[in-house]
Design a protein around this ligand. Structure first.
Ligand SMILES: C[S@@+](CC[C@H](N)C(=O)[O-])C[C@H]1O[C@@H](n2cnc3c(N)ncnc32)[C@H](O)[C@@H]1O
Length: 365
C-alpha cells in the first residue's frame, strides 16, 4: 500500500518538474483516494491505531457538547448537526445518545467525511440511528440552523512549510533522490510570502533567519465554507494547538509538524507514506481572524481540561467513575496530557451564544 502510494507521489513530483510544496505532499499522504492515511484501511484511532482522540476515551466530550447545545438546537424549527471529519463515528454515536437522554431526538445528523473507508466505518457504527444520520458530499448548499462540529480535523488540513532566509520566505517541499523522498527548498511564491509577511506584522516582529515553521493557507477558505453553510447557530472547533504568539514563538524554530505511527511521535514525514498520520498545531488566532472576516462571532475559547472539568461539575447527575473511566478522564483534562494542548473555539452566527464552560481565554487569541 505504502509502496503504491510512494510510486504515485514520485510520478506526481516528476510531473511537477521534480519538486512539490509540502502541503501537496501532505494532501497526498493523508487523502489520496484508497491509499492515503485517512482513505485506506489502517486502524488509525484508539489503542489499536496510531493515536487517541477524545471520543475514544469515553463520552465526556459528547455529553458536555450535548448539554451545552441542546437548548440552542431545541430553539430551531429544523435543527441539524453537521460533523466534519467524523473518524470512526464514535463522537457522533455518543452525541446522538447524549442528546436522546436530554430529549433532543429531532436533530438531524449530517456527516461530511471525505474518506470512503471512514464513511463505511461510520455507517456501521451509526446504523442504529437509521435515517436521522446522513452523509454529505459537500457542505450543505442550503445553510442549516444548528451546530457545525469538527474534532481534530483542522490539524489534518495541509500546511505549507517554510524557512526564513535573508528576510525572504522560502517554501519547503519534497523531492525524490535515489527513490527516497527528502526535504528541498523551492522558489519564493507570492501566496506564501504574503501570508508570512502578514503573520509577521501581526506578531510585531520579523521571524529570525533560519526559522522554520508552517502556515495553513487553506484555513481561510475552509472557515469561509463553514460560515456559509450556517444560517443560524454555532461552529465548534476542538483541536490541539495554541494562539499565534505561542505557535510562532522565536524559540519554536522548527514548527509543529508531527507524525504518529503506532503511538510513537516523530518528525519524519517521509516514513511509510500513507501508513502514518501527519498533523500540525492549529493556530487558533488565525481561526478566530478568519471566522470574524467570514461574519462569525468569536463567542468562546478555552482549554479542553477547563471545559470538561466545569461541564462535569455542572452535571445534574453526580457521576461516579470506575478506575478505568477515571483514568480516561484524567488523560482528557490534565494539563500534561490532553487538557491544556487541546482547545475549544466557539464561533456563532445570529444567536445569543450559549456560554462555553471553562475559563474564557479569548483575550489571548
Ligand atoms: C484525526 S481524524 C479525527 C476523527 C474524529 N473527529 C475523532 O475525533 O475521532 C481527522 C478526520 O478528518 C477527516 N478529514 C481530513 N481532511 C478533511 C477535510 N478537508 N474535510 C473534512 N474532513 C476531513 C478525516 O478523514 C478524519 O475523519
Amino acid at each position: 500500500m505504502s509502496r503504491t502510494l510512494s510510486a504515485r507521489i514520485r510520478e506526481r513530483i516528476a510531473l511537477a518538474g521534480g519538486w512539490v510544496r509540502f502541503d501537496r505532499y501532505m494532501e497526498f499522504v493523508l487523502n489520496e483516494p484508497g491509499l492515503g492515511y485517512y482513505s485506506a484501511g489502517s486502524a488509525k484511532f484508539g489503542a489499536e491505531g496510531d493515536f487517541v482522540t477524545a471520543p475514544e476515551l469515553g463520552s465526556f466530550l459528547a455529553r458536555a457538547i450535548a448539554t451545552q447545545f441542546s437548548g440552542m438546537l431545541g430553539s430551531f424549527a429544523n435543527p441539524a448537526i453537521v460533523e466534519v471529519g467524523a473518524g470512526n463515528g464514535t463522537l457522533a454515536a455518543q452525541l446522538l445518545d447524549a442528546l436522546a437522554e436530554l430529549g433532543s431526538e429531532a436533530v438531524r445528523y449530517l456527516i461530511l467525511e471525505p474518506s470512503a473507508e471512514l464513511r463505511d466505518r461510520q455507517r456501521a457504527e451509526l446504523r442504529r440511528f437509521g435515517s436521522r444520520v446522513r452523509w454529505l458530499d459537500r457542505l450543505p448548499e442550503q445553510p442549516i440552523e444548528g451546530l457545525i462540529l469538527a474534532n481534530e480535523v483542522v490539524d489534518a488540513l495541509p500546511v505549507v512549510r517554510f524557512v526564513k532566509r535573508g528576510g525572504a520566505t522560502v517554501p519547503l517541499g519534497v523531492r525524490c533522490r535515489a527513490g527516497r523522498f527528502e526535504w528541498a527548498e523551492g522558489r519564493e511564491d507570492a501566496d506564501l510570502s504574503e501570508a508570512v509577511t502578514s503573520l509577521e506584522s501581526m506578531l510585531g516582529e520579523r521571524l529570525p533567519d533560519g526559522y522554520r515553521s508552517e502556515v495553513r493557507l487553506v484555513l481561510r477558505g475552509w472557515i469561509n465554507g463553514l460560515a456559509a453553510a450556517l444560517a443560524r447557530g454555532a461552529v465548534l472547533l476542538v483541536d490541539y494547538g495554541g494562539v499565534r504568539r505561542e505557535y510562532y514563538h522565536r524559540e519554536r524554530r522548527d514548527g509543529t509538524l508531527i507524525c504518529h505511527y503506532r503511538h510513537r511521535a516523530h518528525d519524519d514525514p517521509f516514513f511509510l507514506p500513507g501508513l502514518q498520520d501527519l498533523s500540525a498545531w492549529v493556530d487558533f488566532s488565525a481561526c478566530a481572524d478568519a471566522a470574524r472576516d467570514a461574519g462569525l462571532a468569536v463567542a468562546g475559547f478555552t482549554t479542553q481540561g477547563l471545559y470538561l472539568v466545569e461541564s462535569a461539575a455542572d452535571a445534574t447527575e453526580p457521576v461516579s467513575l470506575d478506575p478505568r473511566t477515571a483514568s480516561a478522564f484524567r488523560t482528557l483534562v490534565l494539563p500534561g496530557e490532553m487538557g491544556e494542548r487541546f482547545k475549544l473555539l466557539l464561533l456563532t452566527k445570529a444567536i445569543v451564544p450559549p456560554r462555553l464552560p471553562g475559563r474564557d481565554l479569548r483575550s489571548r487569541l
